[in-house]
Design a protein around this ligand. Structure first.
Ligand code: DC
Length: 221
C-alpha cells in the first residue's frame, strides 16, 4: 500500500493521541504529536522563569529550541535539548501555559516548518489542531475527532491521575472549556474542521472502534 499522510485534528481529550499512535503502529507509520511540540515550548518558557508576556524571549525559544520525538518501547518520548521532558510536558502548569505560547505567529511558523519537514517522506500520522487545514492540507486522510466535554474531561482526569498528578474533575472541565475557547478563537490557525475532513465523535466509541474506522478509511484511499 502507498505510504499516505493521515491528519487527525480535534479538541483536547478527544482521544487523538491514543488513536493516532495505534493507527501509526498498525500501519508501521511514524506518529507525530504536534501538541507535544507546543508543550515543549511552554515547558521551556516556564523553565526559564518567563511569562506569556515575554514575547521576544518566547520567539527566541521557538527559533532555537531542539525538539526530538523518539519512538522508544512502543511510546513516544519527547526531548528538549537532550533533556527527557516526556512526563514534564503533561504537567497541568504546562497545559495552562501552552495556549498562550501557541498563539504567537512566529512560534506557529517555526513549529509548522518542523512538522512539514517531518512529514516529507509520507507514512505519517500527525495529530493536532491545524494539521488538515494548514500544516498538511494535501493529507490523503483527514479526521476530525471530537467527544463531549464531560467525556473529554473524564479521560484527561484518568490520564493525569494515572500519572500521579492530583487534579479535580471540575477544575479540569473548566480548564478544557477554556482551552477549547482559546484554540477555537485564536487568530492564527484556529481549531476548525477542514471542509474535507471526516467528523468522528468518540463519546460512545471505544479506542479500538475509532482505530478500526480510521484504518478502514485509509484502506479506501
Ligand atoms: O493536544 P494537546 O492537548 O497536547 O495540545 C496542547 C496545546 O497545543 C493545545 O492548547 C493546543 C495547542 N496546539 C496547537 O495550537 N496546534 C497544534 N497543531 C497542536 C496543539
Amino acid at each position: 500500500m502507498k505510504k499516505i499522510i493521515i491528519a487527525i485534528d480535534g479538541p483536547a481529550g478527544a482521544g487523538k493521541s491514543t488513536v493516532a499512535q495505534i493507527v501509526a503502529q498498525r500501519l508501521q507509520y511514524v506518529y507525530i504529536d504536534t501538541g507535544a511540540m507546543y508543550r515543549c515550548i511552554a515547558w521551556k518558557v516556564l523553565q526559564d522563569g518567563l511569562t506569556a508576556d515575554d514575547e521576544a524571549a518566547i520567539v527566541d525559544i521557538a527559533r532555537n529550541i531542539s525538539i526530538k520525538l523518539m519512538y522508544i518501547d512502543g511510546k513516544t518520548q519527547v526531548f528538549v535539548d537532550k533533556c527527557d521532558v516526556t512526563n514534564a510536558i503533561r504537567n497541568p502548569e504546562v497545559s495552562r501555559m501552552v495556549p498562550e505560547v501557541a498563539q504567537f505567529a512566529v512560534v506557529r511558523e517555526a513549529m509548522v516548518a518542523l512538522q512539514r519537514q517531518m512529514a516529507e517522506q509520507g507514512g505519517v500520522v500527525m495529530d493536532g489542531r491545524d494539521i488538515g487545514t494548514h500544516v498538511l492540507p494535501n493529507a490523503e486522510v483527514k479526521i476530525f475527532l471530537t467527544a463531549s466535554i464531560e467525556e473529554r474531561a473524564q479521560r484527561r482526569w484518568r490520564e493525569l491521575t494515572d500519572k500521579g498528578f492530583s487534579v479535580s474533575l471540575e477544575e479540569l472541565t473548566s480548564e478544557i472549556a477554556d482551552r477549547d475557547k482559546k484554540d477555537c478563537e485564536r487568530e492564527i490557525s484556529p481549531l476548525i474542521q477542514a471542509t474535507d475532513a471526516i467528523l468522528m465523535d468518540t463519546t460512545a466509541l471505544s479506542i479500538e472502534q475509532a482505530v478500526s474506522e480510521i484504518l478502514a478509511i485509509c484502506k479506501e484511499r
